[in-house]
Design a protein around this ligand. Structure first.
Ligand SMILES: Nc1ncnc2c1ncn2[C@@H]1O[C@H](COP(=O)(O)OP(=O)(O)OP(=O)(O)O)[C@@H](O)[C@H]1O
Ligand SMILES: [Mg+2]
Length: 771
């Protein structure tokens, strides 16, 4: 209420009840009517204004403030107070109404409604005071749910009861869920004490209260009432919820970390299964090695420790690795901060060497001195084996390229020697025996280069379907003559043996090489078994050590009962020029040829051997899709002469050019020559078309024989071309071969071979003649 001023005070002066105005800010009485002055036993308003209320407790001040803030504008609040007007307690019922003093200050107009006599006993007063002072909220409701009275705590919480707009009772209005008000009244009527928690609409917003309700009697009129006691437990509930969620979080965290622990334990176990651990106490010189390591070396647990104690670590290392290991350990201890990595071979109980990779570090004392060394040992035997085979195949590849090149040059030389020897014999009437010697030496030389080319996989192959049932027994007859009488040769072949797809001449050479090796391995006699069987695609797929496609193969296994080979010998056997035979006895090209030939035929060769027991060399050759045609008997060489047709020879090597020219002329042809592709092209511009162009493939100056042929064909599409080369015809990429309708003859060739090739090409037939 707005307090207007002096005329209002005059009105109040007229009242018969004691009235005074309390200044809340200053905390003292500001004004009182005469009845008020009498109650406070003061002579004048001024005297009363000076009265000191500073000893009032904080609770009293707080309650007065709440009255100012909570009471609605026109709302009056009645409350029971104990005042001390003259030092003696006086219990009174007061009515409070907030007012403004001089337009700004907060004030309360207080009217003494009833002076309660001291007729009630002391306990009753004390109880009344306790109810006022407590922080528990107490409210008495009528059975209609209206507030009859409430203590200051309830007043502070809910404010003065007002009428609600939405038709709720004052009790219902307190609950966030009004339906819960029923519960209060019900328990009231059943006269039972009930406790529960509920969310309440307080002046400070929604709060959680612990409620207890009980039925009682109104001391004024004896009506049934419900007494509701409330305690604000919001903080407790919040803490409890927090605790719950924390508990839940902890539960999760524990579950999660035990999961993590389990996983890392599993990982650790897995790691320890594959890798082994060492832990070496340097000071005490005690070595721990994880059991899986000692097991891998074939020792029982205790047995290994015993063995080490008696023999030191060097006894389980490969002898070649001991020195390096010892140096490494000295270095490891001398530089404890550097990590240790080392590879070495351990020897198992049965004497087998296994490669291990060691990776570790030192633990140091406060002076930086190594006191422990710990680390991991990983078995890398398989990796090492792979590395070794890779190295071998890389070396073989390099040697292959080299030997291929040498063979090519060599073939040029042989062409010159052979051609001239034949010409000597034919036209100079030279001594037959002498020239025959030369020609046979050339043949042997040509055989050698053939082996080299076979190893380099640059041999000219003309594969066809070959029936081993026919080929091997036929050959057996030939090489029984060569092989010593003390060696028995057995031939076993499955009756349903597939034909193989291979070059028959090369296959014969391979078979002969293997038979000779077997003979040399059995100087005191023995048995060579040649067993042929089918190997289906599935079997091949399982044999991962073979570099084969998934096809059907035929295996020719040559087993002897000879001296066998050590693992090192097996590893080196395919290398060209590797031989254990004396000077002049072996060139070390036999097995290189066999492997080169089998691989070039899309197969492979394997050796298994037990020293002292014997060796088996197996050749895998692809199965032929068509049946083999019976082999015709070789026809004796004959010479086919020309009829003065014109042959133009393109060859860069002067000696070869001269020899070949002489050979061709001797066969009844007229010959012109060029050294380079450019020169030959130039020649074609100035001359009529030759009947045949005999062209070397590899030429200097950037243009090959193929390039020349291509250029020639654009101008003389009908030109006959015969290529010659010391390499295989494979160098003629098949596409350009087709495009040029290419014919081919390998160097070195004899007179008969070149005579036939020339006649064939001139007659319009296709020629692929190998050496
Ligand atoms: N059946 C076998 N038994 C034992 N050792 C063998 C056998 N076959 C080959 N070897 C070993 O492999 C080496 C290489 O064989 P390879 O056939 O390549 O050359 P070579 O026989 O020594 O000479 P070449 O065959 O060129 O006359 C032989 O010197 C020999 O030590
Ligand atoms: Mg040999």
């Amino acid at each position: 209420m707005n307090f207007a001023g002096p005329q209002d005070l005059r009105q109040l002066q007229k009242l018969s009840t004691p009235v005074w105005i309390f200044d809340v800010d200053r905390h003292g009485i500001w004004w009182a009517n005469s009845q008020g002055l009498a109650f406070w036993k003061a002579g004048s308003v001024d005297e009363l204004r000076l009265r000191d209320f500073s000893s009032d407790s904080a609770t009293v001040r707080e309650r007065l403030r709440q009255i100012v803030e909570l009471a609605s504008d026109d709302g009056q609040i009645n409350d029971t107070w104990t005042l001390y007007p003259s030092g003696e307690p006086q219990t009174v019922i007061l009515s409070f109404q907030p007012v403004e003093i001089e337009g700004t200050y907060k004030g309360i107009l207080i009217e003494l409604v009833q002076l309660l006599g001291r007729d009630a006993n002391d306990d009753t007063w004390r109880l009344l005071e306790a109810a006022r002072a407590t922080s528990l909220m107490m409210t008495t409701f009528s059975m209609e749910g209206q507030v009859l009275t409430q203590n200051p705590a309830a007043l502070a919480c809910y404010g003065a009861p007002g009428s609600s707009d939405d038709g709720l009772t004052q009790l219902q209005a307190r609950f966030r869920d009004p339906a819960l008000a029923e519960k209060v009244l019900n328990c009231g009527s059943s006269n039972e004490l009930a406790h529960w928690e509920a969310e309440m609409r307080t002046a400070a917003g929604l709060r959680t209260h612990a409620l207890s309700a009980r039925m009682g009697r109104d001391p004024v009129n004896g009506d049934a009432v419900t007494v509701l006691t409330e305690e604000d437990v919001s903080e407790r509930v919040r803490l409890r919820a927090l605790q719950e969620s924390e508990k839940e979080r902890l539960k999760h965290a524990v579950a999660e970390s035990s999961d993590k622990l389990r996983i890392s334990q599993e990982r650790f176990e897995l790691a320890v299964q594959t890798a082994a651990i060492w832990d070496w106490d340097v000071v005490e010189d005690r070595l721990f090695l994880s059991p899986n390591f000692t097991e891998a070396l074939g020792y029982e647990r205790g047995e290994f420790t015993e063995h080490l104690r008696a023999n030191r670590i060097a006894s389980v290392l490969h002898e070649e690795d001991v020195a390096a290991y010892e140096a490494k350990i000295v270095d490891h201890l001398a530089h404890p901060t550097r990590p240790l990595t080392h590879e070495m071979r351990f020897v198992t109980k049965s004497g087998e060497a296994r490669w291990y990779h060691c990776q570790g570090k030192c633990v140091t004392d406060e002076h930086g001195k190594a006191i422990r060394s710990v680390g991991l040992l990983t078995d890398i035997t398989e990796r090492k084996a792979l590395e070794a085979t890779l190295l071998v195949s890389q070396r073989m590849e390099a040697i292959g390229q080299l030997t291929g090149g040498i063979a090519h040059d060599f073939n040029n030389l042989l062409t010159v020697i052979q051609g001239n020897a034949e010409l000597l014999k034919e036209f100079q009437g030279s001594d037959d025996e002498l020239t025959a010697e030369i020609v046979s030496a050339v043949r042997r030389g040509a055989d050698l280069t053939k082996h080299l080319l076979a190893f380099a996989r640059q041999q000219t192959l003309i594969p066809k379907a070959v029936d081993l049932h026919q080929l091997v027994p036929e050959m057996k007859k030939t090489f029984l003559r060569t092989i010593s009488e003390t060696v028995t040769v057995d031939f076993e072949a499955a009756p349903d043996l597939w034909p193989v797809h291979a070059d028959p001449t090369q296959l014969e050479t391979a078979i002969l090489n293997l038979a000779l090796n077997a003979r040399d391995a059995m100087p005191g006699g023995g048995t060579l078994t040649i067993a042929c069987r089918n190997a289906e695609a599935q079997e091949i797929a399982r044999a991962t050590e073979l570099e084969l496609e998934r096809h059907d193969y035929v295996v020719l296994a040559f087993s002897d009962t000879g001296k066998g080979m050590s693992p090192e010998q097996v590893q080196k056997a395919f290398e060209p020029f590797y031989t254990t035979k004396g000077v002049g006895q072996g060139s070390g090209l036999g097995l290189s040829m066999v492997q080169g030939f089998s691989r070039q035929s899309r197969g492979d060769t394997r050796i298994t051997s037990v020293p002292g027991r014997g060796t088996t060399v197996s050749i895998y050759l692809p199965r032929a899709e068509v049946a083999a045609t019976p082999r015709a008997n070789p026809t004796p060489p004959e010479i086919a002469l020309g009829q003065d047709e014109h042959i133009h020879i393109l060859e860069d090597n002067q000696h070869v050019q001269e020899t070949v020219s002489k050979l061709v002329r001797s066969l009844g042809y007229s010959v012109t020559t060029s050294d380079t592709a450019a020169e030959a092209l130039e020649w074609t511009h100035r001359n009529p078309q030759a009947d045949l162009y005999l062209v070397d493939i590899l030429l200097p100056g950037g243009k090959s024989g193929v390039d020349f042929a291509r250029a020639l064909k654009t101008r003389q599409p009908s030109a006959n071309i015969l290529f010659m080369s010391g390499f295989s015809e494979n160098q003629l990429a098949s596409s350009s071969g087709e495009e040029l309708g290419a014919n081919f003859i390998a160097k070195p060739f004899d007179r008969s071979a070149i005579s036939k090739a020339l006649r064939h090409v001139l007659a319009g037939a296709r020629v692929a003649q190998k050496a």
